[in-house]
Design a protein around this ligand. Structure first.
Ligand code: NAP
Length: 298
């Protein structure tokens, strides 16, 4: 059998960002509305700093209004909530994203509950999760939305496919499974207590790994010809000792790429697969939120 084809998330995301920028320009010209995204970062987590900077830059590049709020590590909940309340009622802001993880004294659940569901561009509120599960229009977590776009691009119709999602987080595994179900896949959600995970995975026409354990999924877990979407990100020191000494890291996915490539039909690389889709979908969600908040056909 021939090697898997590589799913180029980087190129797909660039195209998506261009389409969003075009729609943003049209929204501004026709309705005078500029979508606005506020990103809130609490503390100094280095990976989060990079994500937040990229989000701000790409928001501006798409012609949107961008605001970044950097709060100190020891910011009390009351102060963070006051900011979220202000953003909830700010007409220039259509999307609010609090970068997780947050420092240990803050509760992720309480923060999410404070964000207006209409501006919840991460799709984490109970309202948006419930709407997604009920088949109603919802703002849906960016990474699963991005994975679905890549899958539809490769497979077209997903109807009747056997899909296995490894991971059941509110951010990734659960919304991914809901989106696959809505696309008429037969869906299994696997997790840390799943018995004989390799055998479960071998049934999948579509395998989505969202765990965070480097190269856990081996080549012999994969059904020949399956589409493999690797969401996982684990960071290791760069292989180049000079770069490693400078603190540079390399990213490794959940799938043993070389083994999987010999068996799968299609596969996303890490980096350059799912990763770039996340911010592109965040821009798309912010555009959708802006249209809905202004009652403009979305
Ligand atoms: P998470 O909240 O830590 O969830 C991980 C899930 O993996 C849990 O449901 C856990 O099961 C399951 N799991 C852990 N060990 C397992 C094992 N040995 N076998 C089977 N399942 C196992 O993580 P997350 O937020 O969903 O993110 C998952 C990965 O995706 C991380 O590496 C994250 O960095 C990455 N990610 C990437 C992007 C992107 O833009 N590319 C976006 C979001 C997340 P239990 O529920 O039983 O504990």
């Amino acid at each position: 059998m021939s090697e898997a084809k590589i799913i180029d998330g980087k190129a797909f995301a660039a195209g998506l960002r261009e389409r969003v920028a075009g729609e943003v320009a049209a929204l501004k010209a026709e309705h005078g509305v500029i979508p606005g995204l506020a990103v809130v970062l609490v503390g100094e987590d280095p990976a989060s700093q990079v994500y937040v900077r990229n989000k701000g830059e790409q928001t501006t590049a798409a012609g949107m209004y961008s605001e970044t709020h950097r709060l100190a590590e020891d910011t009390p909940e009351t102060e963070l909530f006051a900011l979220i309340d202000r953003l909830n009622s700010d007409p220039a802001i259509h999307g609010i994203l609090v970068q997780f993880p947050v420092p240990a004294h803050l509760s992720q659940d309480r923060i999410v509950a404070r964000i207006s569901p209409d501006k919840d561009v991460d799709g984490l509120t109970v309202t948006n999760a419930g709407r997604l599960a009920s088949g109603l229009p919802a703002l849906t977590s960016c990474t699963p939305v991005g994975c679905m776009m890549l899958l539809k691009d490769v497979l077209g119709d997903l109807k009747g496919k056997r899909a296995v999602v490894i991971g059941r987080s509110n951010l990734m595994g659960k919304p991914m499974a809901q989106l696959l179900l809505a696309a008429d896949c037969t869906v299994t959600i696997a997790h840390s207590r799943t018995v004989d995970l390799p055998a479960v995975c071998r049934e999948a026409d579509i395998l989505v790994a969202a765990v965070g354990r480097a190269e856990m999924v081996r080549g012999d877990w994969i059904k020949p010809g399956a589409v493999v979407i690797d969401v996982g990100i684990s960071r290791f020191p760069s292989r180049d000792p000079v770069k490693a000494a400078e603190g540079k890291t390399r990213l490794v996915g959940d799938v043993a790429f070389d083994e999987a490539k010999a068996v799968a039909g299609w596969i996303t690389p890490v980096p350059g697969g799912v990763g770039p889709m996340t911010i592109a979908c965040l821009l798309a969600n912010t555009l959708t939120a802006a249209k809905r908040l202004h009652g403009i056909g979305a």
